[in-house]
Write a protein that binds this ligand. Structure first.
Ligand SMILES: Cc1cc2nc3c(=O)[nH]c(=O)nc-3n(C[C@H](O)[C@H](O)[C@H](O)COP(=O)(O)O)c2cc1C
Length: 217
């Protein structure tokens, strides 16, 4: 186990390259896309499109990783089980937060916004592109509910596999589909020397225009 002193001593010197207002685009999606591309091109970053989704309801908060699958003017899209813990939390409270933790690039992006289901048509289109095993998995897994054993899950998988043999089309489960997070705030964090990090927050105003401000690190 790592000693407490070792953890306290973990410190990285961050670089010279920063965020300069004059160079920043008016549209935060443009900067996000550049950073996503940088992350995808970095050999140390695995799953550049992974994002930590936080939700909260009366039972309390929860965070978990999901994959960004689309970015449109409507927002950030991911796919999941609508009956899962996250699905239930979003139903009660659709205010959510996303974090893209791109540590090898000394970068982080935090999105705050509201989650809503995408159209059935869009979910169906995406489901059809998924590998067969993932499609069957979506039917077999009652995500977030208790499972008596691994065997029970594998049995359900085999049953659905038999129901839709190779060559047949697997329909989308009614409990499965996409969410889009429509952002009200997108914050870019770039590590800098002496902990004087750059933090630029884009905030949507009443007229749906992005306003940019610099925050203390
Ligand atoms: C790298 C990575 C990517 C993941 N992508 C997804 C995803 O796109 N959708 C999803 O439902 N779960 C995904 N998961 C699993 C979730 O983190 C989580 O375990 C699952 O969705 C159940 O969460 P919940 O019980 O809080 O609803 C991913 C996990 C990891 C580690």
């Amino acid at each position: 186990m790592t000693a407490r002193e070792d953890i306290a001593a973990m410190r990285r010197q961050y670089g010279e390259v920063g965020l300069v207002e004059a160079d920043l685009p008016a549209d935060p999606y443009q900067l996000f896309n550049t950073w996503l591309k940088d992350a995808a091109g970095n050999e140390i970053v695995v799953e550049a499109n992974a994002m930590v989704l936080s939700t909260v309801n009366e039972d309390g908060p929860k965070s978990r990783t999901v994959l960004l699958k689309d970015l449109t003017p409507a927002g950030f899209t991911f796919f999941s089980n609508y009956d899962s813990n996250k699905g239930k939390q979003i139903e009660e409270n659709n205010n959510v937060s996303l974090v893209f933790p791109w540590y090898p690039l000394e970068r982080q992006v935090i999105v705050i916004g509201s989650a809503s289901k995408i159209s059935r048509d869009e979910s169906e289109k995406y489901f059809a592109t998924r590998p067969r095993g993932s499609q069957i998995g979506a039917w077999a897994s009652a995500q977030s509910t208790e499972l008596a054993s691994r065997g029970e899950l594998e049995k359900r998988f085999a049953e659905f596999e038999a129901k839709w043999p190779e060559g047949t089309q697997i329909p989308i489960p009614p409990h499965w589909g996409g969410y889009v997070i429509s952002p009200t705030s997108i914050e870019f964090w770039q590590g800098r020397y002496s902990r004087l990090h750059d933090r630029i927050q884009y905030l949507k105003d009443k007229n749906n225009n992005w306003q940019l401000k610099r925050l203390n690190p």
